[in-house]
Design a protein around this ligand. Structure first.
Ligand code: NAI
Length: 523
């Protein structure tokens, strides 16, 4: 019998390691031969630890499994394939939450042992790289342009155009004979509240990221890549390093890639828990060993990036979409989505929600469908009141906006953003003036301090919101808050100060009743 027990952070937090030990021990006690495979997560977090058993008709899921369930699972399920156990969710692939998704990037997530090169290759792995090795840089860039892929970190800049800029750029440093020195940098500093899709890629399917970065290197003529990983992800760190070592040993990384004569090296670098280092220029400073301070743009990193050389800086999800695009063709990817938002977005449901997890769907699904059909309403059972989509720098949405299609332009039209696809849900116990205060407070803590509107504006913002909450000269302070927000939007150097006002303004606009009466001191 083969039993799958995930090894990703979410499952581990829910006790998956202990569970794996106990299941192995129980099998030994019963004299049963059981093979345990530690897979990645399927992204059905409310069922973690989700244990799956291989049967003739497919993998059957049980979850959430606790130690106390092991005995009955052995008696009634693991060895017999019975589906009557109360924790049985049926065939994994048939669970509606998973079945209704359109998984292109996450197609393999949770199916395989993340560091097994063999599993990866059985499921279309490295086919994109093999195609890319037959193409020239321009051919690869054209394929990415055809896909319509836009940066999945949040800003949605067309990836193909960014790659073209780097392909066309001249570096000022020559290395390895006649090759211009350029770099591929993966932004894995996933800092947005409620997001975990980057982590899931790295923990469930790391070779996909390695393959995507290698293809980017071939496209732009860069032979060195770095993954800038947040240090809060120690499991991802370990899995990435293990995968990189195995890929190198098997010729999928390093000199002479698959005997093509081409080169791509890849290393992981750890951040130091600063949200601002997810901003691309701070990230580059940090990667160079300096303090993570924002650089002025221009020049763009595409032209003057890491160590002053042309650099592709892409989010994990953008790079992870590349193997599919190369292997299946850009058009296959562009067949999903709507308008100028093509392909899929892995939405991440978090906060006060019954069924949190990862939902990859084509752009165009409504927020309400995600919240109700997938999420199943709030975890508390209380009515939902506000939803923040796109991380701590994006707007809070009231129910009147939940029917907006999830795609870049429709969200922009309502003054909101999709960001990195994170969705954080609040029930009716939320105090939106406290949330507005939190936005400013977050900026106080995370500002790099280089520009005044962000560094000082956010501190003044906390004070002004406190005065409003204390009923101290409210009307005048509401006006002052609006002025301050505009100054931060117009005058900040990067998105940290420039977008912090968006959640504040949306809270004031859509939840004015929370700013109209004296409030207890913020928690
Ligand atoms: P941006 O619009 O300045 O740039 C987007 C990207 O396109 C950058 O890589 C930039 O260098 C590149 N670019 C722009 N013009 C170009 C050109 N002509 N040629 C080549 N490349 C070009 O946005 P920024 O400041 O990089 O990102 C802001 C976004 O980040 C926000 O929308 C926010 O939602 C998101 N964000 C995401 C977080 C996460 O954890 N994933 C955390 C915080 C913010």
């Amino acid at each position: 019998t083969t039993i799958y027990i995930p090894r990703d952070t979410t499952a581990l937090a829910m006790g998956a390691d202990l569970l794996a030990t106990e299941i192995a021990a129980e099998a030994a006690t019963r004299g049963e031969t059981v093979e345990i495979i530690r897979n990645g997560s399927r992204g059905l977090f409310w069922l973690e630890p989700l244990v799956e058993v291989e049967t003739a008709s497919g993998r059957i899921a049980y979850g959430p499994v606790e130690s106390k369930d092991i005995d009955s699972l052995f008696d009634q399920a693991f060895l017999t394939g019975e589906t009557s156990h109360p924790l049985c969710q049926g065939l994994t692939e048939e669970i509606p939450y998973l079945k209704k998704q359109q998984r292109l990037t996450f197609a393999r997530a949770g199916i395989t042992d993340p560091v097994s090169l063999e599993h990866y290759q059985q499921l279309d792995g490295f086919n994109g790289l093999k195609k890319a090795l037959q193409m020239d840089g321009q051919g690869i860039v054209d394929e990415v342009k055809t896909s319509g892929l836009r940066g999945r970190g949040g800003a949605a800049f067309p990836t193909g155009i960014k790659w073209q800029t780097v392909l066309d750029a001249k570096s000022t440093e020559a290395r390895n004979g006649n090759q211009d020195q350029k770099y591929i940098v993966c932004n894995a500093d996933e800092g947005d509240s409620g997001t975990f899709a980057d982590r899931m890629v790295m923990e469930a399917d790391p070779y996909m990221l390695i393959e995507g970065m290698t293809i980017a290197g071939l496209a732009a003529g860069a032979d060195q890549g770095y993954i800038y990983l947040r240090s809060e992800y120690p499991v991802a760190h370990q899995i990435l390093n293990e995968a990189i070592a195995k890929a190198e040993a098997a010729g999928f990384l390093g000199d002479n890639l698959l005997n093509s004569g081409k080169t791509f090296h890849l290393e992981v670098r750890l951040g130091a828990k600063a949200y601002i280092c997810g901003e691309e220029t701070s990230l580059l400073e940090s990667l160079e060993g300096k303090r993570g301070m924002v650089r002025s743009k221009p020049p763009l990193p595409a032209l003057v990036g890491l160590f002053g050389q042309p650099t592709i800086v892409n989010n994990v999800l953008s790079l992870a979409a590349i193997p599919y695009i190369l292997s299946q063709g850009g058009q296959a990817y562009a067949n999903y989505g709507m308008g100028r938002s093509l392909g899929t977005l892995p939405f991440q449901l978090a906060g006060n929600i019954k069924r949190g997890g990862l939902i990859e769907l084509a752009f165009g699904v409504t927020l309400r469908e995600l919240l109700e059909e997938y999420g199943g309403g709030t975890f508390s059972g209380q009515p939902m009141r506000a939803v923040q989509v796109g991380g701590p720098l994006c707007a809070y949405l009231p129910e009147s906006q939940w029917d907006t299609p999830m795609e870049y332009e429709s969200f922009q039209a309502i003054g909101a953003g999709l960001g990195h696809g994170g969705i954080v849900v609040f029930d009716n116990s939320v105090d939106m003036s406290e949330q507005a205060r939190f936005s400013m407070e977050f900026c106080v803590a995370e500002s790099c301090g280089k520009c005044t509107p962000c560094r000082i504006g956010s501190t003044r913002g906390v004070e002004v919101i406190d005065r409003i909450r204390n009923d101290d000269n409210r009307a005048a302070n509401m006006e002052l808050l609006e002025d301050l927000c505009e100054t931060m939007i117009d005058g900040s150097l990067c998105a940290m100060g420039g977008m912090t006002p968006f959640p504040v303004q949306s809270a004031v606009k859509y939840f004015p009743e929370d700013f109209n009466q004296p409030k207890p001191a913020a928690k």
